[in-house]
Design a protein around this ligand. Structure first.
Ligand SMILES: Nc1ncnc2c1ncn2[C@@H]1O[C@H](COP(=O)(O)OP(=O)(O)OP(=O)(O)O)[C@@H](O)[C@H]1O
Length: 676
């Protein structure tokens, strides 16, 4: 795959991505976390790249969200989903969901959503997910007791690339290989020509060693599994808790992990433990064995009355003999017993087996007092034990690495599935928290390519929402009143102050964005025509100066003339009248609405000037209204669902009406003016 063919990936990014293990897979699957591991690629950038790859796959131009407010609504939707993931990685993966105009992309995500909302976000799964994270590749494994050797410059470069953990040496002849064998415990020669040469030391001629790097460096898979022990265990727990179909035997993986310590060393092997402990405890055991002998001897001497004849004493003194000869003469048996005890102690405490004979020689046969070990023999014992330990560890490492290397791909798939599940559960929780349903969306086939049942009757244009409740409101979700609203073509939305006009636009926006993301929407039911572009303009704060007004007008001019007849467009506009004085605003809005209607766009314009706009418009423009059903303690009681074809009365009119009820002529005349 040509990485640069992905939108947003230039030469530099492609170079960074090519350093990943499998950039194609990461791009194909939208694995944001993997992409973010490329040098210099932030998570945000990785998400954009993944989206670019998905868009390319679906021939999607990615210009669905056409305005800032439209993008804000999308960010809000993503934030609601992200708040429901357990892992950062799943949160990053959610960024690959975006509103698309392309049928195949919407269908793809709807299929994912269909499975996701069936999932049960069991607390045990969420708890297990907390320990899952993308697997890391330990980069600093250095192995110093082995080297690779070759006489070929090309092989040299290949070897450095394939097995960077060991040093690679250039050799011209057997003599140089022999030199290496003196400096390294193992030399792996890559050239056939050295086969059969007799060199002292561990020299192996393995021309295909680069194809099996884990045999040369078993530390590689071991370090990988050691570094990732915890996330792997957590991924195993997730699979068990969620009853997922695992890519490998969970017990096999778990017991393989049990045989490794956190530094990648084999553990749980009795023989290796015995040898390692013997090496570690050797000095202490030798010194205790000495004490055992000396204590034994001291007690024996203390208990004994040594009788020595005067002539013997004289002869000993004349010969300058020390107490040793006295010991050997008088206490030979006791000395032998003391030394035997010391030897037994050493052998027993270190659980020596093959090296027993050496251990016995660690204490002298000739009587001395105090008894002292023979350093050379102890050094020899240490060397023997260390070699046996290292040999055992190397064998275990190779065996373990062989088993684990085969499990690596499965381990990655296991973690990937757990993170994918986290993403699915976030969608499931979002759907459950906000009582969502999968909307019917026009011209989108079922995952299997047929027309989906839930899509039967989906409109090709417009939006219809039943029992919609926006989670973006500033009131707790439980207190949000459900709204029914539908629009096809252009409409003005009128209504009392704070009646919920802006909130209705936000709800439409959220439903349309989520529907085009392939996600469920917070409504009892929703039907959405598939659109290509979504324009949402938020209310501007206050009247604009001439320059800003001109810019805004141009923007709408571009929108109106830019709406291509073959591109379905939804336009939501909130109180555009605030940009200038009311009379001018009404004319401008009427003109824009007329043009949008002619182009077949769907549009909802919230306005307090709905009546005026309708009056100046050249074509019939639908007006809907959010009505107050009464006033209670000075507060308006509002029916939040807009009534179709009804110009809602304004808040001032409602107050004048209330005052007129008392029969005051002034207010009655005022009310008549509203009704004219
Ligand atoms: N469906 C609803 N359920 C509960 N509360 C709502 C709902 N819709 C709106 N509200 C409440 O009413 C407040 C005002 O809503 P909103 O800003 O949408 O009204 P508006 O008609 O656009 O007001 P204005 O005419 O002042 O622009 C919201 O901040 C929210 O607290």
């Amino acid at each position: 795959m040509d990485l640069e063919s992905v939108p947003g990936v230039g030469a530099k990014t492609a170079e960074a991505l090519s350093q990943l293990d499998d950039p194609e897979r990461a791009l194909e699957t939208g694995d944001v976390a993997a992409l973010a591991r490329a040098p210099g690629i932030s998570e945000g950038r990785a998400a954009r790249i993944a989206r670019g790859a998905i868009r390319r796959r679906h021939g999607d131009h990615g210009d669905f969200l056409a305005t800032d407010r439209a993008r804000e609504i999308y960010r809000d939707a993503i934030a609601l989903l992200k708040a429901r993931t357990v892992t950062d990685d799943a949160a990053a993966r959610l960024e690959t969901l975006y509103p698309s105009a392309t049928e195949s992309r919407i269908r793809e995500v709807r299929s994912f959503t269909g499975a996701a909302i069936e999932r049960d976000p069991d607390p045990a799964i969420l708890e297990a997910l907390a320990g899952v994270e993308p697997l890391s590749v330990p980069g600093d494994v250095r192995v110093r007791d082995r080297c690779l050797a070759t006489s070929d410059a090309e092989r040299y470069a290949e070897a450095k690339e394939a097995i960077p953990e060991v040093s690679v040496e250039v050799v011209e002849d057997t003599r140089q290989v022999a030199e290496l064998a003196r400096s390294y415990a193992t030399v792996v020669v890559l050239d056939e020509q050295f086969a059969g040469v007799d060199i002292e030391g561990d020299v192996r001629v393995e021309p295909d060693a680069l194809e099996r790097p884990e045999e040369v460096v078993p530390e590689r898979p071991l370090a990988f599994f050691a570094a990732n022990r915890e996330p792997l265990r957590a991924a195993v727990a997730v699979h068990r808790a969620a009853d997922l179909d695992p890519p490998c035997g969970l017990d096999t993986l778990e017991s393989a992990l049990e045989t490794l310590d956190e530094d990648g060393r084999p553990r749980g092997d009795d023989e290796l433990n015995r040898l390692a402990t013997a090496v570690d405890d050797l000095d202490a055991a030798v010194s205790t064995a000495e004490s055992v002998a000396n204590d034994h001897l001291r007690e024996a001497i203390e208990e004994r009355d040594v009788t020595i004849e005067g002539t013997d004493l004289l002869s000993l003194v004349e010969r300058g003999a020390g107490v040793d000869s006295l010991l050997s003469r008088e206490l030979a048996d006791e000395y032998d017993a003391a030394i035997a005890a010391a030897r037994e102690h050493l052998i027993d405490t270190l659980q020596l087996q093959d090296t027993e004979a050496i251990a016995r020689r660690a204490f002298p046969d000739e009587p001395t007092y105090p008894v002292e070990h023979i350093e050379d023999v102890v050094a020899r014992l240490r060397e023997e034990l260390t070699t046996a330990r290292d040999r055992r560890a190397a064998r275990l490492k190779r065996e373990l690495a062989g088993n684990l290397a085969d499990l690596r791909a499965d381990a990655e798939a296991l973690v990937d599935a757990a993170l994918e599940l986290d993403m699915e559960l976030a969608v499931a929780r979002f759907a459950a928290d906000f009582d969502c349903t999968l909307p019917a969306i026009g011209d989108v086939a079922a995952p299997d390519g047929s027309q989906a049942d839930e899509n039967a009757g989906a409109p090709t244009t417009g939006v219809a929402i039943e029992g919609g409740r926006s989670p973006l409101l500033d009131v707790p979700f439980g207190e949000v009143e459900p709204i029914d609203y539908h629009v096809d073509g252009v409409a003005l939305l009128s209504g009392v102050n704070s009646g919920g006009k802006t909130s209705t636009l936000d709800l439409i926006a959220l439903v349309v964005v989520l529907a085009h993301m392939g996600l469920p929407v917070p409504a009892d039911a929703a039907r959405v025509g598939r659109i290509d572009e979504f324009h949402y303009y938020a209310k501007t704060q206050g009247t604009l100066d001439a320059g800003a007004f001109e810019t805004t007008l141009r923007e709408f001019g571009d929108l109106v003339t830019g709406v291509a007849a073959d591109r379905e467009t939804l336009v939501l506009v909130d109180e555009l009248e605030s940009i200038t004085e009311p009379g001018a605003s009404a004319n401008i809005m009427a003109g824009i609405l007329e043009a949008l209607e002619q182009r077949g766009a769907t549009a909802v314009f919230v306005s307090h000037l709905a009546g005026e706009i309708r009056d100046v418009a050249a074509t019939e423009i639908a007006v809907d209204g959010i009505e107050a059903v009464g006033l209670e303690d000075g507060e308006l009681i509002v029916d939040r669902s807009p009534v179709k074809g009804k110009l809602a009365r304004s808040t001032p009119e409602l107050i004048v009406e209330k005052l007129a009820e008392d029969g005051d002529g002034f207010y009655e005349r005022l009310l008549e003016k509203f009704e004219e």
